[in-house]
Design a protein around this ligand. Sequence first.
Ligand code: S3P
Length: 423
Amino acid sequence: MIVGGTVRVPGDKSITHRALLLGAMARGASHVGGALTSLDARSSARVLRQLGADISPVRRGRTLSVVGRGRLRRSAGTLACGNSGTTARLLLGLLAGHRFAATLTGDGSLRRRPMRRVTVPLERMGARFTEHAGDGLPLTVRGGALEACRYEMPMSSAQVKSALLLAGLAGAVEVELREPHGRSRDHTERLLRAFGFRVDERDGWIRFAPTGRLERFELQVPGDPSSAAFLVGAAVMAEGGELVIGGVGVNPTRTGFLTVLERMGATIAVDGLTEHWGEPVADLVVRPAPLRATEVLAGEIPGLIDEIPLLAILAARAEGTTIFRQVGELRVKESDRLGLIADNLRSVGCRAEVSGDDLHVEGGMQPPRGPVRTAGDHRLAMAFAVLGTAPGARIDVDDMTCAAVSFPRFRETLRAVARRKRP
Ligand code: S3P
């Protein structure tokens, strides 16, 4: 394959969810440009409409308008969060600070994902939960008057961290948190700071004080680095050319994959750095490069958690054996991502194994060929589609439609930037 051109990727998923949630909590009309229009973003918009926010249709190329009423309102129906763990967990945090009951559910994948990681600390703050199916959805939350919270999180997770910060916001109480190792994405902290809330960090503790005021806002969402990562991967693996990906969010809590790729031998230029709402944004310029294996350390994992499928397929094209340390969290993503990365790599003729919570991937240059089972997991589908651009590859991904969870028109975009080399 040869890569070429200048592309943009869809809006950042994490920032879009947060903009919708904060817009629904603000009073008046906020506007969100460049928002993601994927299925996950639609899930957030849908449940927030049920909770009283007036949100314009989520359509590509349209600025979203979110009219909030200062608080969420009781909803008659169940809140269906689709495939979106971020919607469910962040919303549980916000609802914990509201004095009414609400029931959340999701699709088959989301119903299986653990929720006690947020309900246990939220319960300590004073919210009440009724589980309908063990540690998963459906789940009923009954919010109330909350108490301040000081909590050492058992895992680094931006969803858990954000749920507690949003509970602090809705309940007007202080929240202190500590993540065990590595920093997860900090978009919530940055947004809250932009509204004048005090969010400071000392000795590994994040301290939130309900000092600010949520006002209606105008926000431009940068391109999602997690979506850009797939195109970066295709460009690094290509046999020639250069790809420019414009307007990508380069928040350092999201760009761990660039650091790892550089260690593997890739050269990726970060050009034209600007900042918007406390978020750095830049163009990525990527050229093909031969890759060598690396060790990805436990402390690096939170900063590249969603890029592991992509890094794993690139490791399968690198010289040597790459080890990803302590990636057990991948077992509770949209699928058992850890098991499926290894199974699918083996299914296409590569060598990979899970050892405890570590993932080992041996590189090689044989054409990858065989079937891939995604279990409806968007990031697995896209990562293996990228591996399918390797010379001589013949990979049959069972479901590419799930890419729409985070990256609408992924296939068209990949096709537009990577074309076959003329013999
Ligand atoms: C997200 C946090 C991460 C990530 C997910 C989005 C967020 O999950 O995997 O895609 O927007 O806060 P965890 O917090 O469970 O690691």
